[in-house]
Design a protein around this ligand. Sequence first.
Ligand SMILES: CC(=O)N[C@@H](CCC[C@H](N)C(=O)O)C(=O)O
Length: 377
Amino acid sequence: MNSFIGIRRDLHRIPELGFQEYKTQEYLLNYLAGLPQDRLTVQKWRTGLFVKIHGLNPKKVIGYRADIDGLPIQEETGYPYSSIHPGNMHACGHDFHMSIALGLVENFAENPIGDDLLFIFQPAEEGPGGAEPMLKSEIMREWLPDMIVALHIAPEYPVGTIALKEGLLFANTSELFIDLKGKGGHAAFPHQANDMVVAACNLVSQLQTIISRNVDPLDSAVITIGKITGGTVQNVIAERARLEGTIRTLSPESMKTVKRRIEAVVNGIKTGFECEAAIDYGSMYHQVFNDPALTSEFFNFAASLKEIEAIRCREAMTGEDFGYMLKEIPGFMFWLGVNSPNGLHHSRLMPDEEAIPIAIRLLSQYISFKSGPTDSL
Ligand SMILES: CC(=O)N[C@@H](CCC[C@H](N)C(=O)O)C(=O)O
């Protein structure tokens, strides 16, 4: 078994939520400590890490970012190396992302190239967002890459396939939390109470009309309410209900429209149900917009390799706070085929680990190509 598959399994066992990635950080630090240290500088940033590999004759800094957090999902894969953290799972492939990044660090720590390399192990991608504060950190300002790359596993593509496109790849996102407060009471006397379960159900249906009636059908937007809580017991009318969801739009402008309409709909619920309502947008991510020239160049590079099939894909309504890094630094993100019957955020996501060594080889070759021949010293 490839050693980075073993690393993926170790990391798969210990998924931690955003900004709680203590064991993950420790695992990464231990691994890095076993590599040649002469060209390596490692800096902790909260629960994440910056790893700089000093080049032989640097002309630029090439950045590579891997996210490191897990999701609050109870794993159901049945893997012998399943999560040992009940209720948490690496269900978005960040265990793959980290092991691939470690493979690259090891390769370049042992075989340094001309340019400086900055590896960013970023916490909290699933929320509340680590990329934006990391980007603003003093370390990142000092080591700011000239270009930056990241990948995301793609369950729907076979191993050996990568998919990407120039320009917009991932949507603008905003979390959405709505709290409703009415008047509780006895289940048998609805006229004396103000039922927040009924209000919440109405609200969920009305929110979907924003997508069908307020967004240009040739544009695209999503509102998903992933969680509803409310009430206390079956025969008591609920005084409170809470909706938790996310908004996705293909443009920052549509995000403004959708939010304006959400506020109008929530005001209507307040009036119609004579209740109180509060909206909180939680964390927001800027769209992932791939630099056209670098993306085309990478596409052609990957397509020229025997073991890779490179395809152009459509944009997706997934979000990624890597979008903040791409807003400031030219670069791109691409999908890495991992052929899983179940998709991202599924309790039985089972990506094919053979994609790990393929990605390490692809990116090692690409980064060396971007760095160019090393001048003799
Ligand atoms: C790649 C991926 O699945 N990313 C997440 C990012 C979530 C951001 C935030 N918590 C939200 O829900 O808006 C995604 O769900 O797309």
